[in-house]
Design a binder for this molecule. Structure first.
Ligand code: KIV
Ligand code: ZN
Length: 495
């Protein structure tokens, strides 16, 4: 049996990732992320750009001292930058200089010969300090091939340990990346690395193409953060290598999701719900057909098990939900229901979903408790047929109700101090049961927002008998009416 190929993960969340517009991490936050990356199992952590500021220098130095993974510092191909990396005690120096005609002309104002000399001398300077050197010809993918290879050969001879090929402005496609990497691989013996930006959404695909062509290290960031549209995403690259290519990394995949959440929280960069592997919807199933199948056999609609990346499967309760999804969710929540109650809960959730409301766990618990507390349909004495509310400026609101009481229609119209009071007065009047009184009324909003479900609990009494009843609806008046009618049915049954 041949051993599986293994790719090294170079994480640049704390360097290129921190260059994400709007992100500035304190030393404490950088350290927390660095520890998480180390636990995750990345091979190299690029901790920052020490020459950038004293704060950055101190953060990199602290990470180098405290974190048990190879720590790398970034340096332009300039002696003061490299000195700062050495002073920060990094174990690897990443030095770079541009090699593309655009950068030479407009950014550097230097000739190819000058660039070649600076690159080689920078690598020699790092090596002279007894440190391994990673060299990047910046904007490699827009560089003239012969010059790019000349520089790569020069730095290899100068003692570089790894050469990184950056697709600085993300202009490659997988076939061009494969071709370029193959040509470089034929000329260069030391390890090859790749650093892809996501300007056209190609960063992950280009990174994988580079691996196909013989690259043995990849530069990635957690959640794909980085300059402009970001870098190749660690989670996607690692899982694609493992599942689609059968290539191993040192990553403990179960820590992927918690690490992603940590970086999301500390950087403030929210990931899209449909983001692969770690997005909120990556393992969420809503459609009844999918939920039913996934509950039988997860592989039907899941290419990987959520536990593999430390995530959880979510059965989303919306308009597409089916009885099986609700049943599974209720079981998970430890709520037992009979088939009729299950049907009623499902109808309520689907109705809410149809109105665009996403029912979360807390909503489901309230709906289930409401339904469980209801008198079975065939035993209900009172049913609501219709309710009309009339709110009037500077006058008391009026409510008109039509009820079916013991199979007969009853109507009443009443005023109240507010719409809820008017509706409950009208119901009481239509029933004609004067001895029934509302002892207590309590309203909760289950989840935040103006479309939160209203959860009403009431205490109804008739003579000696007192019962509690509940009603859940997206409208406060309706939740109150449902609670009152639930209460009436129960009290009339026992009284
Ligand atoms: O995108 C880029 O070229 C870089 C280099 C410093 C490697 O981030
Ligand atoms: Zn970059």
């Amino acid at each position: 049996m041949t051993a599986k190929r293994r790719i090294k993960i170079f994480d640049t969340t704390l360097r290129d990732g921190e260059q994400t517009p709007g992100v500035a991490l304190t030393a404490e936050k950088k350290l927390e992320i660095a520890h998480a990356l180390s636990d995750l199992g990345v091979d190299i952590i690029e901790a920052g750009f020490p020459i950038n500021s004293e704060i950055e220098f101190l953060a990199v130095k602290r990470i180098s001292k405290e974190v048990d993974t190879t720590v790398c510092g970034l340096a332009r191909a300039l002696k003061p930058d490299i000195d700062r990396c050495v002073e920060a005690d990094v174990q690897l120096v990443h030095t770079f200089i541009s090699t593309s005609p655009q950068h030479l002309k407009y950014q550097m104002g230097k000739s190819e010969d000058e660039i070649y000399k600076i690159a080689v001398e920078a690598v020699e300077y790092v090596v002279d300090h007894g440190l391994p050197c990673l060299f990047s010809p910046m904007d490699a993918t827009r560089s003239e091939l012969n010059f790019l290879i000349k520089v790569c050969k020069g730095v290899e001879e100068a003692g570089a340990s790894i050469i990184n090929i950056p697709d600085t402005v993300g202009v490659m496609i997988p076939s061009s990346m494969r071709e370029l990497m193959k040509k470089i691989r034929e000329e260069i013996k030391i390890d090859l690395d790749v650093h892809c930006h996501n300007d056209f959404g190609m960063a992950v695909a280009n990174t994988l193409a580079a691996v196909e062509a013989g690259c043995n290290q990849v530069q990635v960031t957690v959640n794909g953060i980085g300059e402009r549209a970001g870098n190749a995403d660690l989670e996607q690259v690692v899982m694609a290598l493992k599942i689609l290519y059968g290539i191993e990394t040192n990553i403990n995949t179960e820590k992927i999701y918690p690490t992603s959440k940590l970086v999301e929280r500390l950087t403030g960069i929210r990931i899209m719900p449909n983001f692969p592997i770690v997005g909120d919807n990556a393992f969420a199933h809503e459609s009844g057909i999918h939920v039913h199948a996934v509950l039988k056999k997860a592989e039907t609609f899941e290419p990987i098990k959520p536990e593999m990346v430390g995530a959880r499967r979510r059965l989303v309760l919306g308009k597409h939900v089916g009885v099986h999804g609700i049943d599974a969710k209720l079981k998970e929540l430890g709520i037992e229901v009979n088939p009729e109650q299950l049907k009623e809960i499902t109808t309520k959730v689907k109705d809410l979903g149809g109105k665009g409301k996403r029912v979360v766990e807390e909503d489901l618990v309230a709906i289930a408790e409401d339904v469980i507390g209801m008198v079975p349909k065939e035993e209900r004495k009172v049913e609501l047929v219709d309710l009309v509310l009339n709110s009037r400026l500077s006058k008391k609101p009026i409510a008109s109700v039509i009820l079916r009481v013991d199979g007969k229609e009853k109507k009443a119209t009443e005023e109240g101090v507010g719409p809820v009071d008017a509706a409950l007065n009208a119901i009481r009047s239509a029933i004609g049961e004067e001895k029934i009184s509302l002892e207590e009324y309590h309203l909760d909003a289950i989840t935040g927002g103006s479309d939160a479900l209203a959860d009403v609990t009431i205490r109804v009494s008739k003579g000696e008998n007192v019962i509690l009843a509940r009603g859940v609806h997206e409208d406060v008046v309706m939740a109150s009416v449902i609670a009152f009618i639930n209460g009436l049915n129960r009290i009339l049954k026992i009284a």
